[in-house]
Write a protein that binds this ligand. Structure first.
Ligand code: SAM
Length: 226
């Protein structure tokens, strides 16, 4: 499908959230959106289908995370959990081609789309795992990432235990939530403690709020036999 073109003033909207991207990167985002909307005819990937609205509610929403990822240097690893049609993982992989991005999506059909779209867009920094996060987070991907993201994957009380296991000590956890983020946080304080993660701040996006968490540092070594 023909790439979507961004609405008037899109570059200014990006600048307002502290993001500057060159024209080739914006064109690639439009290419991604076109593929997402085309595939959405065949499977349920997004309820937002207006070609202008998707720039705001999917792309700007996802790219609000970019300034929060500034601490990640080239080669750093990011996991996006419950990626669905690729949000926010694919826009992040496009905007930050220096990061290694792993998309975790339990539904095989969606995971196949993600792999195909990453290949179609020439994104060599993306890999896809078609498995449940519960399994992966206690398996080979435990602690394997510098950052983890998730958007629209349930309440914080279940989302925190689903995502935090993926990051290393001191790793950053960015959860894109609706307007009720604070309520959900209050309900999840015991889970944060159990996962050894701390609340940092919330940041507004076009559709809701990003909850920023940080995993605690290395646990002190236990003495042998204790
Ligand atoms: N993040 C995308 C977005 O913002 O458009 C998709 C959101 S969709 C509502 C939730 C996605 O998470 C679905 O594609 C679902 O298959 C996936 N998912 C839910 N629980 C999961 C789990 N435990 N492990 C992996 N994927 C999961």
């Amino acid at each position: 499908p023909a790439p979507l073109t961004p609405p008037e003033g899109f570059a200014e909207r990006l600048a307002a959230i502290g993001v500057t991207l060159d024209a080739a990167v914006i064109a690639k985002l439009g290419d991604y959106l076109a593929r997402l909307l085309a595939m959405n005819e065949l499977m349920n990937l997004t309820s937002i289908t207006d070609p202008v609205e998707v720039w705001e509610k999917h792309i700007l929403d996802s790219l609000t995370l970019v300034p929060l990822l500034e601490e990640l240097s080239a080669g750093a690893r990011l996991a996006d959990i419950g990626s669905g049609g690729g949000l926010p993982g694919l826009p992040l992989a496009i905007a930050r081609p220096d990061l290694k991005v792993t998309l975790v999506e339990a539904t095989q059909k969606k995971a196949s789309f993600l792999a195909a779209v990453a290949a179609g867009l020439g994104l060599t920094n993306v890999s896809v795992r078609a498995e449940r996060a519960e399994q992966l987070g206690k398996g080979d991907l435990r602690g394997a990432f510098d950052a983890v993201t998730a958007r629209a994957v349930g309440r914080l009380v279940m989302l925190i235990p689903l995502t935090v296991p993926f990051v290393r000590p001191n790793g950053i956890v960015l959860l894109v939530k609706g307007q009720r983020a604070e309520e959900e946080l209050a309900e999840a304080s015991w889970v944060l403690e159990r996962q050894r993660a701390a609340f940092v701040k919330t940041v507004g996006t076009p559709t809701g709020k990003i909850v920023v968490l940080r995993k605690a540092g290395e646990e002190p070594k236990r003495h042998f036999g204790r």
